[in-house]
Design a protein around this ligand. Structure first.
Ligand code: SF4
Length: 435
């Protein structure tokens, strides 16, 4: 008599992640859950019983990669139908009908931070209450530096951005939760945490008593054994004097702000719905630089936004020249279906022109970086050692600059004073100083 084959129990997982640090943090948390359920990681999807793609749709190129990966999984699923395929992240909106029709072989669709559909499915297969078995979702084997999401979603609705539609409205985690997680991470060897949010500086307004990021920084600062605290990304309109003062006054908080300006022209900023002007932004940077000595600044810029004339673009270049950022991420605008810009604006800057503008900002920024980094030549800088790469120790200084140096001792997780001997736009090379 023929018996129905019992599907084998899921044992191995593979998580593929693309996109921002929030996605990386979400994947780490899901991984923590899978490990707690007894699954083990595999380096490739072929050997995995559970395959998770954590997606990004901020740019077309990212979405294309996700679709490519999903398509490549179809034959794998065909060969072993009991294999679980899950799609997570910003590609999954509130409605999944379209995705289900397009990718019928996907077993679970999960919005950002929504682990439940996969965990429930795994619980059924494993015969257990999967969620009830989980303690914390903090990564079990973190490195020296770890991300801690503190606020999910975004309430801003910039016209070019899909994030608020995919990640939803802002939801902050309670301070006590975050402090507990930071303590746990320190116990697992972490020395630096980066507090993450789409708009990290709007943290707390939805919590009872409306604490803010300054309150949270103070609370996390008290975690014993933690050496450094960073936070990103900030919105210029949510950056308060209290937060700036907290960075200036709390020794563990690194002197670095990630503050996107997106465009240097007021008209473009207005149609982007950024809510500030070029001069508002300049005044804010001036205030931060005045109040936080030695601070470094990074920014995000979009070129080729609908209606961006050559004169408007030149104003972006002027602002980059004037601000002397320590890092600038430059993107050529691409229409994202579902955004206000895609519905109401004509994508009227030709692709080649967008690329020319992107290249112009990048090459200007490279020159600026070469010049400002050269100022550190011969100086001492404090490096938290994060890993070993190509025979050298690698870490970052408080200003988030990459530093490589040679030393025979095991310095992983140590804070080391390094004399900078060689600089480039992207990194420093140096020698450990004997203290
Ligand atoms: S602030 Fe604007 S760009 Fe940033 S996530 Fe929100 S909508 Fe997107």
């Amino acid at each position: 008599m023929a018996t129905e084959a019992t599907p084998s129990l899921p044992r191995r997982y593979h998580i593929w992640t693309i996109g921002c640090q929030m996605n990386k943090a979400d994947s780490d948390r899901l991984e923590s859950a899978l490990l707690q359920l007894g699954l083990t990681p595999t380096p490739t999807p072929v050997e995995a019983d559970v395959i998770v793609l954590n997606s990004c749709v901020v740019r077309q190129s990212a979405e294309d990669k996700v679709v490519g990966m999903l398509t490549s999984l179809k034959p794998l699923k065909g060969k072993a139908p009991e294999r679980i395929v899950a799609l997570m992240g910003c590609m999954v909106g509130p409605k999944t009908d379209g995705l289900k029709a397009r990718f019928p072989y996907v077993d679970a669709f999960m919005r950002p931070q929504e682990y439940r559909p996969l965990l429930q499915l795994l619980g059924e297969r494993l015969g257990m209450d999967a969620e009830g078995c989980l303690s914390t979702l903090a990564p079990p084997h973190p490195g020296v530096a770890a991300y801690v999401p503190i606020v999910h979603g975004c309430d801003k609705f910039c016209t070019f951005c899909i994030i608020p539609y995919r990640r939803g409205r802002e939801v902050s985690r309670p301070i006590a939760d975050i402090v507990r997680e930071a303590g746990l991470l320190v116990a697992r060897g972490v020395r630096e945490v980066t507090l993450l949010g789409q708009n990290v500086d709007s943290y707390g307004h939805d919590l009872p008593g409306a604490p803010d990021l300054a309150d949270l920084l103070e609370a996390v600062h008290q975690v014993e054994g933690l050496g450094r605290i960073r936070f990103l990304t900030s919105h210029p309109n949510d950056m308060s004097q209290r937060i700036i003062d907290a960075v200036a006054e709390l020794p563990k908080v690194c002197e670095h702000f990630s503050l996107p300006f997106q465009a240097g022209d007021d008209q473009v900023l207005q149609v982007m719905r950024r809510g500030y002007t070029r001069d508002d932004y300049r005044r804010l940077v001036e205030r931060i630089r005045h109040d936080v000595p030695g601070v470094s600044m990074s920014t995000d810029i979009i070129v080729g936004f609908p209606g961006e004339s050559e004169a408007a673009f030149q104003r972006t270049l002027d602002l980059v020249r004037e601000m002397e950022f320590d890092k600038a991420h430059v993107a050529a605008y691409s229409t994202r279906p579902g955004t206000i810009a895609s519905r109401r604006m004509e994508d009227d800057v030709p692709y080649e022109e967008k690329k020319r503008r992107q290249g112009a900002v990048e090459s200007l920024q490279e020159g600026i970086l070469a010049r400002i980094n050269a100022r550190l030549q011969g100086e001492a800088t404090e490096v938290l050692v994060e890993e070993r790469e190509k025979g050298k120790w690698k870490g970052r200084n408080r200003n988030d600059k990459l530093v490589f140096f040679e030393d025979g001792w095991d310095l992983l997780g140590q804070t080391v004073r390094v004399r900078v001997e060689k600089t480039s736009p992207w990194a420093f090379q140096g020698t450990a100083m004997v203290s």
